[in-house]
Write a protein that binds this ligand. Structure first.
Ligand SMILES: Nc1ncnc2c1ncn2[C@@H]1O[C@H](COP(=O)(O)OP(=O)(O)OP(=O)(O)O)[C@@H](O)[C@H]1O
Length: 244
């Protein structure tokens, strides 16, 4: 039984469709990588799952809860669906640990002491214990992105969405963030990642989905998609990215 089920997702901006009936089922512990050209709809798909966008048609279900229902408890959705963005989005006026405890305390009404203890544990697990009291601008980009991942984990999400989490980083900092994502996979976290890093998708994904003009054109194991793509447009995209 899938943990996350996306059915017939349709999204338009000013009458222009950017997602055209996307169906996607994600099993527990599965890692799905979304690939596709810029503008193909990868971010929009993730943003529809965590309700940063309203959908125009279709539905998203997580473990029996319809996230797209009109009367859904949005706080519950934010607790169950974690999201990490390209630009970290840490609050600059708060220390790292304050960033991490903010949602558990304010949104999920966790007691501050407990939230802080859990935050410190998570920060230690991801090599950031000594950065807990620092403000984000004192951290490298890689450390900020790791802190943003810890913040997303603090609510105990069932699924983690990662939108181009390495795109804003200098090349030498990319590895440390990818290592964390790998570690999360080993721990069994269910994840959907939008990525331009084909080698990473190949390395980490259980399933690769190729989006093309808002259509989920082809999906399969990384081996299949990268060595034997069936659709001409997938082949053309992969040939373009390989020569870049
Ligand atoms: N808020 C918005 N208003 C209008 N159009 C938007 C908005 N957000 C996205 N779009 C458009 O929707 C389409 C899909 O964008 P999206 O960001 O989902 O693509 P993407 O595959 O994630 O691209 P990238 O790889 O560059 O991040 C694009 O044509 C984009 O211009």
């Amino acid at each position: 039984m899938p943990l996350l089920q996306i059915e017939g997702l349709w999204k338009e901006y000013r009458g222009r469709p950017v997602l055209r009936g996307v169906d996607l089922a994600v099993e527990p512990h599965e890692v799905v990588c979304l690939i596709g050209a810029s503008g193909s709809g990868k971010s929009t798909l993730l943003r529809c799952v965590n309700l940063l966008e309203t959908v125009d048609d279709g539905a998203v279900f997580l473990d029996g809860l319809e996230l797209t229902a009109v009367d859904v408890d949005e706080d519950a959705v934010r607790r169950r669906v974690g999201m990490v963005f390209q630009q970290y989005n840490l609050f600059p006026h708060m220390s790292v640990v304050e960033n991490v405890v903010l949602a558990p305390v304010k949104v999920h009404r966790k007691r501050r002491k407990q939230a802080r203890e859990e935050a410190m544990e998570l920060l230690a697990r991801f090599g950031l214990a000594d950065k807990a009291a620092e403000y984000p601008d004192r951290l490298s980009g890689g450390q900020q992105q790791r802190a943003a991942i810890v913040r997303a984990l603090a609510a105990g999400p069932q699924v983690l969405l990662l939108d181009e989490v390495t795109s804003a980083l200098d090349p030498e900092l990319v590895g440390e963030v990818l290592d964390i994502v790998r570690e999360l996979k080993e721990q069994g976290m269910t994840m959907i990642l939008a990525t331009h890093e084909m080698s990473f998708a190949r390395d980490i994904a259980d399933t690769v989905c190729f989006l093309d003009g808002g259509v989920l054109l082809e999906r399969g194991s990384p081996e299949r998609i990268f060595t034997d793509p069936q659709e001409p447009r997938t082949r053309a995209f992969l040939a373009r990215t390989a020569t870049r």
